[in-house]
Design a protein. Structure first.
Length: 202
């Protein structure tokens, strides 16, 4: 009788914990859904705003400008590009190609996400790519750099990067970067594989 009581008591506790966990997860999913809807609404509203021209004198960026349409003219610094790791395209592993641009007629630099390339069969060998080094005009949308889910203090080195750390990149490259990056439009006729620009909350 005592064993049955203990078993029932433990079972009740476990069920209570499970219910609490599922309820918490339910609210978390609702919060994520609300956040995603907010982002979608923000994109739609900001699409109606005037396109930001980064070549205008004294143009500055802040996080409130995320999701805005943008145009920028300048030179892509192909020697400073890097691969952003862990990017899937239709289930295939690959990288996004991130290239700094020196903005024309200014002393400012901005990162351009030029799109996706396939990883290849051997992950130990990075793909060979070609980047336009002429004066180009890039169209796209502004986006906050992706950050890791936990704070990582270790410095990223080499051409393969797990995330975009603006402060570390500035120290490595030797010039100041604008705080937002440009997701290049698929309508531009240069760069790499791109699709309609959609954002998530990562």
């Amino acid at each position: 009788m005592l064993k049955r009581f203990k078993f029932s008591f433990v079972l009740t506790i476990l069920v209570s914990i499970a219910i609490t966990l599922f309820v918490s997860l339910g609210f978390w999913q609702l919060d994520r859904a609300d956040e995603k809807q907010f982002i979608a609404d923000s994109i739609q509203n900001r699409n109606l705003l005037e396109t930001i021209n980064l070549n205008l004198a004294n143009q500055t960026l802040d996080e409130q400008m995320a999701f805005r349409n943008v145009v920028a003219e300048g030179v892509l610094l192909h020697q400073d590009f890097f691969f952003l790791d862990n990017k899937l395209n239709k289930g295939r592993p690959g990288y996004h190609i991130i290239v700094p641009m020196k903005l024309k007629a200014t002393n400012q630099y901005v990162l351009i996400d030029q799109g996706w390339v396939y990883q290849g069969k051997d992950r130990r060998v990075l793909p060979k790519i070609s980047i336009n080094s002429n004066d180009v005009i890039v169209h796209g949308k502004l986006k906050r750099p992706s950050v890791p889910p936990i704070k990582l203090d270790q410095e990223q080195t080499g051409k393969l990067q797990l995330f975009i750390n603006i402060e570390q990149l500035q120290e490595k490259l030797g010039y100041t970067l604008l705080p937002l990056i440009i997701m290049q439009s698929p309508d531009d006729d240069f760069g790499f594989k791109r699709k309609e620009i959609k954002f998530n909350n990562k």
